[in-house]
Design a protein around this ligand. Structure first.
Ligand SMILES: Nc1nc2c(ncn2[C@@H]2O[C@H](COP(=O)(O)OP(=O)(O)OP(=O)(O)O)[C@@H](O)[C@H]2O)c(=O)[nH]1
Ligand SMILES: [Mg+2]
Length: 329
């Protein structure tokens, strides 16, 4: 995606701060793209508590595995866009990190993504599940309740509840925001998602596309590579380890028949490095093998993965490092 802004009035307003990323994208109406009269387009942003199934839902709606999914909370750390293109509309979904009160700088960065997603949404999807009791994060909910854009409240994981509980939840949420479209769904089992697309398209504003019509996401290949490795870390380690790791792709060489990748797992402390490596390097080897297999299927070619573990002291609280990892502007 080009970041050049051809309509810039930089000369007139030389001191203006740079646009936030999402606002910038909105100025970028790609003029070369053909679209019919009455074309609809908009940002459909998905928010909700950790672990309720936001990423599972976005992947279903887009039809591709864009966001990593895991049974541990706080899997998603970034705002990740998944784009659905049809000749007559373009839906730009955004998956976001689960809403929480930040306890360290990394989480502050994560919550900034949620904040922007609440600001630039044309349509909002609030995901909850049948286990969430009441309203977990009042401040965020109050903001959503006051917004004057269409809101969908999707009660996920109804495959794990009886109908009565699902109905109770639906009534609870409908009372909280009477104008919202409330629906029980199962993102995992693709239940009750058929009509959702049509209803979302109905709510989209008439607008030109924001992205070229063949784009699927706003993120580069390296991002998905690091996310695949991070997902394996979430799967293989317990407790605080996944939350203390960041994956940095240091080298990505895409050759015709093989992809050569060098990635570093950054941990916050020396003791975590020992756990991640494991006795005789067993654990890191497992993570490497699983990552390589998935990368091969994702990239559709052979992958050579060189995986290192490095201590990057207290990176989670270091704003300069977090900037480099893409959590702050
Ligand atoms: N039974 C059931 N499990 C689901 C459903 N949707 C998601 N899950 C599971 O719930 C867990 C969390 O799913 P995610 O999609 O990662 O949830 P999330 O809201 O994106 O989580 P964070 O990124 O951590 O905030 C995973 O184990 C999913 O397989 C569903 O409809 N039914
Ligand atoms: Mg997620």
């Amino acid at each position: 995606m080009s970041t050049e802004n051809t309509q810039s009035n930089e000369d007139e307003f030389p001191d203006l701060p740079p646009m936030p990323e999402s606002a910038n994208m909105r100025n970028e109406a790609p003029e070369a793209i053909d679209f019919p009269e009455g074309h609809k387009a908009g940002f459909v942003n998905i928010v909700g508590s950790p672990n309720v199934g936001k990423s599972t839902l976005m992947n279903r709606l887009v039809g591709e595995n864009i966001s990593i999914i895991n049974s541990k909370a706080q899997t998603t750390r970034h705002r990740i866009m998944g784009i659905v293109n049809q000749p007559e509309f373009q839906i730009v979904y955004s998956d976001t990190p689960g809403v929480l009160d930040p306890a360290y700088k990394l989480q502050e960065g994560m919550m900034r993504f949620v904040k922007t997603a609440l600001q630039d949404a044309d349509v909002l999807i609030l995901v909850t599940d049948i286990f969430e009791e009441g309203i977990s994060h009042e401040a965020t909910f109050d903001k959503i309740a006051k917004m004057d854009i269409p809101v969908f409240i999707l009660i996920n994981k109804v495959d794990l509840a009886d109908q009565e509980r699902a109905m109770e939840k639906a009534e609870f949420w409908q009372k909280k925001i009477p104008r919202a479209h409330v629906a029980p769904i199962s993102a995992l089992h693709n239940f009750n998602l058929e009509n959702l697309l049509d209803r979302i398209v109905e709510e989209l504003p008439v607008a030109p596309p924001f992205f070229p019509k063949d784009e699927l996401t706003d993120k580069p290949m390296r991002f998905f590579v690091s996310e695949i490795v991070r997902e394996k870390i979430l799967t293989h380690y317990k407790q605080e380890i996944p939350y203390s790791c960041e994956v940095v792709v240091e080298e990505f060489i895409d050759e015709p028949t093989i992809c050569r990748i060098r990635a570093e797992i950054r941990v916050a402390r020396e003791s975590q490095k020992y756990i991640v490596v494991g006795a005789g390097g067993r654990m890191i080897k497992r993570v490497g093998t699983d990552s390589r297999k998935e990368l091969e299927s994702f990239l559709d070619k052979k992958v050579f993965l060189d995986l290192y573990v490095r201590v990057d002291k207290d990176w989670r609280n270091d704003e300069r490092k977090l900037k480099r990892f893409g959590y702050f502007d």
